[in-house]
Ligand binder design. Structure first.
Ligand code: SF4
Length: 637
């Protein structure tokens, strides 16, 4: 029997328990494609495990299971971590390693690794079947083969119970593969020659399954839903199935293709949100990126959706070749003039492998980061300062925060008995094991104990340094040991009323993180200096003077009074980054306070509770769509 394990690693985050969107749909399709091949067992590492564990804990799971073949779905956000896992697995017991997914392209030099046995370009199903049935096929080392009828005739992996819709409360459904357009920054059109469409009856079965299972959202993974033949008939059928609108449907579309009839049909079928790429209104930029756009028709189409209560979420790109700061500002004004600013997303240009822009990067003068997500540094008409100014301008004009600080969660105790002096680590239960999410440093911890702790950390994790513990060497040792085993796992250090202001550069020096980390590149517009964007520092203190606000630093007030804060108190503390409520009150009083203030959470400072259960309740009241309740399954370690 050949054992195959498929996994997909998530986008790195600085908040534990947030939704990651890391749904292993590709793995589900591969398992279906492997179907009844004799003597082959294909497993998928569940999202609930893959998304929330640190490097060492995940590698331990993989090496304990010892699959013969490990297949990674690779995106720009998990490429380097996947390569690290491949190295560790090869060192441990040398399984065969397959890499597939959008990041696997012939021009991606980061894939030049002798640890990878096979690279799959584009769709994976047909190649995967070959690899499982033909030993000689492995000698090719790389291949591209269209999935063809396998894709068209496959049911949704959810129907076969291969995925966990409850994690995100969402179902993903592919209605087509490929794209008829040829945008210069996009790889999608290249991974698939032409466009193929999933069978309508199977699609409708998938949608009915989502309705029957009371899933809240359905994401139709189409880059341009408008090109599907028979779309209007399909929408009419969906509107009958979803007549009570229990399922909220979201997708992507070209706005110019929308007329009043199509907009009516989308609304009747239960669509509530469309991602719509505008990217730019600059004619020269649109021409260079090969994305002809009729600007007036774009505005009309997006407005037709909006009038029917469907949010048109407009995407803009900063740093396009042929564009400049003025051109970008005009694109922002176009969005405002047409009242389309409800949900604008602004991205820096990523010069992705496999795209025309990557191929023509020298000719176009694109200078970009060599590691994912390959963010543009500058081009001949957009210097590095202009890039920064474009984000500032967009934030000011659109009244949005494009790079928010991570959510505030500095909860560190479970129950009221724990004090800072005796608090044990706080863990979560994932797959019947306990994994430490909140590590306490209130005394010297032996290196052997830290090493064993390092093997069972979540992603991300927090380290709490308690009052009175001022052995900076011991702190650095702990950080070094934990991060050395988890070089790709971001973490937060929380200093609870330290005697002196923490010296963060020396702590960063001790951290053995991969540099540059994906977050160093991804959050380059949050703070200017790379090298520390995967480590967040939070000072919790009763001192109201602002003392800790440099890059990746925030300062939170420790509310220990024997009463709960009122509006006046919250206003007085609004100059800080938040308030940690750690007061002796009954759970009933605290819950009442939460119920009273949850509706005003956006107008008061960020709040965290010291108790993890109260914090979970607060998160579920104020950000129920952002956090995964099952992941916040707190236990004492
Ligand atoms: S950006 Fe969208 S429309 Fe353009 S090629 Fe890619 S998938 Fe197609």
């Amino acid at each position: 029997m050949i054992h195959v394990l498929l996994l997909q690693l998530p986008v790195p985050r600085l908040n534990y328990g947030v939704q990651t969107g890391n749904i292993p749909l590709g793995a589900g399709c591969l398992k279906l494609a492997a179907g009844m091949i004799p003597q082959v067992q294909v497993d998928i590492l569940p999202e609930s495990i893959a998304s929330y564990l640190g490097d060492a804990a995940l590698i331990d799971i993989l090496t304990a299971r010892k699959p013969d073949i490990v297949g990674f779905t690779v995106y720009c956000w998990n490429l380097q971590r996947s390569l690290f896992f491949a190295k560790k697995l090869k060192e441990s017991y040398s399984p065969r390693i397959i890499f597939g997914g959008p990041e696997i392209t012939a021009d991606n030099s980061l894939l030049d690794s002798d640890r990878l046995d096979f690279l799959v370009y584009g769709e994976g199903e047909a190649v995967f079947r070959h690899l499982l049935q033909d030993q000689k096929f492995w000698q090719k080392q790389r291949a591209a083969q269209p999935a063809g009828a396998i894709f068209k005739n496959s049911p949704s992996p959810y129907i076969q119970d291969l995925l966990e819709p409850e994690i995100e409360n969402m179902v993903l459904l592919e209605t087509q593969r490929g794209c008829p357009y040829r945008c210069g920054y996009c790889y999608y059109n290249k991974s698939h020659k032409g466009v193929s469409f999933a069978d309508e009856a199977l699609l409708l079965r998938g949608i009915q399954w989502a309705i029957d299972h009371e899933v809240r959202e359905l994401y139709l993974l189409d880059p341009s839903l408008n090109v599907r033949p028979g779309l209007k008939n399909l929408l009419k059928k969906i509107s009958v199935m979803n007549k009570e609108r229990r399922l909220a449907i979201i997708s992507e579309i070209r706005a110019e293709a929308i007329d009043a009839q199509l907009a009516d049909l989308f609304a009747a079928a239960g669509f509530c949100w469309f991602e719509i790429g505008l990217q730019s209104t600059n004619p020269r930029a649109l021409q260079i990126m090969n994305r002809p756009t009729h600007i007036e028709r774009f505005a009309q189409g997006a407005t037709l959706l909006k009038k029917r209560g469907i949010v048109p979420a407009i995407d803009l790109i900063v740093g396009l070749p042929g564009d400049d700061l003025q051109g970008f500002s005009r694109s922002v004004e176009f969005v405002l003039e047409n009242n389309l600013q409800d949900d604008v997303q602004v991205f820096p240009l990523s010069v992705l492998p496999g795209t025309d822009f990557r191929l023509r990067s020298k000719e176009l003068g694109l200078r970009f980061e060599k590691s994912p997500p390959y963010t543009l540094v500058e081009n001949p008409s957009f210097c590095a300062d202009d890039m920064l100014m474009a984000f500032d301008h967009a934030e000011a004009r659109l009244d949005v925060v494009l790079y928010p600080m991570p959510d505030l969660d500095v909860s560190w105790k479970l129950g009221r008995k724990n004090t800072a002096a005796n608090a044990p680590d706080i863990a979560v239960k994932i797959g019947n094991q306990r994994y430490a999410a909140k590590v306490q440093l209130n005394d010297n911890r032996p290196v052997s104990e830290l090493k064993s702790l390092a093997k069972r950390l979540t992603q991300p994790y927090q380290i709490f340094i308690h009052p009175g513990f001022s052995d900076s060497d011991a702190v650095k040792t702990a950080i070094e040991v934990l991060s050395a085993a988890n070089p790709f796992t971001p973490f937060e250090i929380v200093f609870l009323e330290p005697r002196q202001l923490p010296h963060t550069p020396s702590i960063l020096f001790a951290a053995k993180l991969q540099r540059p980390h994906f977050l160093d590149q991804d959050l380059r517009y949050l703070f200017p200096r790379e090298g520390n964007r995967a480590v967040l520092f939070t000072l919790v203190s009763r001192d109201t003077r602002r003392r800790f606000n440099r890059d990746m630093q925030r300062q939170v007030f420790w509310w220990k009074k024997n009463r709960l804060p009122q509006i006046k108190d919250l206003a007085e503390l609004s100059g800080l980054d938040g308030i940690m409520i750690d007061t002796a009150g009954s759970d009933i009083e605290l819950s009442k306070w939460q119920d009273r203030f949850a509706g005003r959470a956006e107008d008061i400072p960020f709040i965290s509770f010291a108790d993890v259960l109260l914090q979970r309740r607060w998160l579920m009241l104020t950000m129920p769509d952002d956090y995964v309740r099952q992941a916040l399954n707190w236990v004492q370690d």
